[in-house]
Design a protein around this ligand. Structure first.
Ligand code: FE
Length: 286
């Protein structure tokens, strides 16, 4: 079996989003082909209320999906059709924007630690205008697989061994796992050879090159080259990371802000519809 090499190592960049939220962006808004079918990963781990309180007030999405994974803190989600939901520690919200939603995502706490991640996943052309939907998952529904005393895998989407993630029917069928590998351990995981596979370190540090050459620290993204397996090795510390893997969509991407289409014409049309008030195409309920 071939071990995937590390193709690129990226430190997340400080970025300001929404109404002034200070976050770290692991990837996004560059050349999307390298990350296809994923578009963006934002890391909003923050202890300073002044850095997160502004939240993400009303904004549209079309042609893509957002996946919010909370580790600590509370966020309220609300859309223009009156759907409401709350995300607490360990919860996941997988939102398929499809033809379009207008929503806001606001912190429900005035102080304290906020830790969460938002991943954007692209939709193929035939699904860009699909009916919007939400999958709200609470921590109790996330299966956890323990391998001896060596690793713990939370299955958010896709499968790990016999465990199936609670997020289902995602168009691009991604795998999204939250993995902790204990110290002085080796963890090997098979992934489809042609998937785009990445990990983002969210605690501790470890080696992802199969050779213990380069230690990867917190808030760093590893983009893997092609191969059949990823190999994670730890030394004196455990490492916790998010693993994302999916089949590339291989279509042209026309992207501006929270709207991701295939052509510039579709993008212009989307912003035109927003101005005219005809952006929302489907009535929907959670
Ligand atoms: Fe949003």
């Amino acid at each position: 079996m071939s071990i995937r090499p590390v193709k690129r190592l990226i430190k997340a960049k400080p970025t300001i989003e929404g109404a002034g939220v200070h976050l770290r962006r692991a990837f996004g808004f560059g050349d999307p082909s390298e990350f296809d079918p994923f578009l963006l990963l934002d890391d909003f781990r923050n202890e300073r209320p002044e850095d997160y309180l502004a939240g993400f007030p009303w904004h549209p999405h079309r042609g893509m999906e957002t996946v919010t994974y909370m580790l600590h803190g509370k966020i309220r989600h609300e859309d223009s059709l009156g759907n409401k939901g709350e995300l607490r520690s360990g919860d996941i919200q997988w939102m398929t924007a499809g033809s379009g939603i207008i929503h806001q995502e606001m912190p429900m706490q005035k102080d304290g630690l906020m830790r969460g991640f938002q991943l954007w996943v692209n939709l193929p052309s035939e699904s860009k205008m699909m009916q919007p939907r939400y999958q709200d998952i609470t921590i109790a529904d996330v299966p956890e697989v323990k391998i001896d005393n060596q690793a713990t895998v939370k299955v958010l989407a896709g499968t790990f061994k016999d465990a199936h993630g609670p997020v289902t029917d995602v168009v691009s069928k991604p795998t999204y796992l939250d993995i902790q590998v204990e110290q002085e351990t080796e963890f090997i995981y098979d992934l489809p050879t042609n998937d785009t596979s990445m990990v983002y370190v969210i605690g501790g540090n470890g080696y992802f090159d199969g050779q213990k050459k380069k230690l990867v620290l917190d808030d760093h993204l590893v983009v893997f080259g092609k191969g059949e397996q990823i190999k994670v090795t730890t030394a004196k510390e455990p490492v916790r990371f998010l693993l994302m893997s999916g089949t590339p969509i291989n279509e042209p991407v026309a992207w501006h802000g929270p709207i991701v289409m295939n052509t510039r014409e579709e993008l212009v049309n989307a912003y035109d519809e927003l101005n005219k008030g005809s952006f929302i195409k489907h009535e929907y309920k959670v």
